[in-house]
Design a binder for this molecule. Structure first.
Ligand code: SF4
Length: 391
């Protein structure tokens, strides 16, 4: 047995050694992190505190705690541009009709659009359908398992691919949505404009550094949950934030972060034509030439176009000038950076004109049947504005 030649410790040497140990560990940790060019967040403590908060506080949502890539994918595309509260019912209903990729592949696009009605941004469901068709036809119904392969599908970008790959398959890839960018900007007190190339690189780098590679799905969801429920755009709950001790902007006006350039709105003016008969309301069929493409709509045109031209198109006539046109006020609507003001006009065609209806592009739909069609949001607003009884 080897002899221990060390002198026994006195209380004074004990406490001096303890202090030296703590000091040297602290110096090592800071110099290591600073050498990486990052703020000295202790990543281990950050991850464990965030994950333990998430485990205890995550909202009970129907699309959480499932490993089903189809359901995770569906919920993620529904959640783009839409609040969680709105998505819950849509998600539950959609999954009850179409529980998997093959069911979506077999469905008509109209059936899917109908279930999507009200969520807006319809290109999401059209791309989802295309992707499910492709998976069913080319991949034997199997959803790809890596973020790189998922990104090849229509409508699947970096964020959605990372969410599916990390939550369903455990791939160590970070999800970066608006919530995560806000949290990172505040944690590191980052003040460059959020959409700049430099900022994108910064968020990618920090998200990858912070990611818990042993539990990437939970970690990604925890970051998003933190942004949605604690580190909110207005009035962040810094006092109860589970990672507040690591946050550089706490107490320094975190609401001012992330820095965003002012949105430049484009004012746009449309006209809408309301035609009511005993057969119902005149609607324009979905078309790629409509102002809001591929949706049923109350006929709309640009302000510079003549109402008479729309009447001529709808009733295959050149006699529009004989019709009386009444102004019914206007509605306002916004699509991304477009602020649209639509002036509403009404007219009452006679039976001779009604018989000439251009049925290829237009249809009279009874008010009671409107809910079976996927109307664009602008048309729904116009509907609220007009009297919905037949003349
Ligand atoms: Fe956000 Fe405040 Fe938490 Fe910082 S301390 S991450 S600003 S909630």
């Amino acid at each position: 047995m080897r002899k221990d030649h060390r002198k026994p410790d006195t209380p004074a040497t004990n406490s001096r050694q303890m202090f030296q140990n703590i000091y040297s560990r602290l110096i090592f940790r800071c110099s290591f992190l600073i050498s990486l060019g990052v703020t000295p967040i202790d990543r281990y403590d950050f991850k464990s505190q965030l994950l333990s908060w998430y485990t205890q506080n995550k909202r009970d949502l129907p699309f959480r705690d499932t490993g089903d890539a189809y359901k995770i994918w569906l919920s993620e595309i529904m959640l783009q541009q839409t609040t969680v509260a709105t998505v819950i019912d849509y998600y539950t209903r959609f999954v009850s009709y179409f529980p998997n990729v093959l069911a979506v592949a077999k469905a008509d696009e109209d059936q899917l659009l109908n279930l999507w009605q009200g969520l807006g941004y319809y290109s999401r469901i059209r791309n989802f359908k295309k992707a499910c068709d492709y998976i069913s036809r080319e991949l034997d119904g199997k959803i790809p398992q890596s973020a790189a392969a998922l990104k090849e599908l229509p409508g699947v970008g970096d964020y959605t691919a990372a969410a599916i790959a990390s939550i369903a398959y455990g791939e160590a890839v970070a999800t970066i949505d608006g919530n995560v960018k806000r949290v990172i900007a505040r944690l590191f007190c980052y003040k460059k404009e959020i959409t700049s190339r430099e900022a994108t690189e910064f968020f990618n780098q920090k998200a990858a550094e912070l990611l818990d590679k042993k539990a990437p799905g939970d970690f990604n969801q925890a970051m998003m949950e933190l942004g949605a429920t604690v580190c909110m755009p207005k009035n962040p709950k810094c006092q109860t934030c589970p990672v507040g001790e690591f946050c550089e902007s706490r107490g320094k006006n975190p609401e001012s972060l992330p820095v965003k350039a002012k949105t430049k709105y484009i004012d746009t003016h449309y006209k809408a034509l309301v035609v009511k008969t005993t057969d119902g309301l005149l609607l324009k069929r979905p078309s790629s030439t409509s102002l809001i493409k591929n949706m049923w709509e109350i006929p709309c045109l640009y302000q510079s176009e003549a109402i008479g031209d729309m009447i001529a198109k709808a009733f295959k006539t050149k006699t529009s000038e004989t019709l009386q046109i009444t102004a019914l006020g206007s509605v306002r609507h916004a699509i991304t950076n477009k602020r649209i003001t639509t002036a509403i006009f009404a007219t009452n065609p006679n039976q001779r004109l009604i018989k000439r209806l251009n049925k290829k592009d237009f249809e009279f739909v009874a008010f009671d049947d409107l809910s079976r069609l996927t109307l664009n949001t602008l048309s729904k607003k116009i509907l609220k504005h007009i009297d919905k009884t037949a003349p």
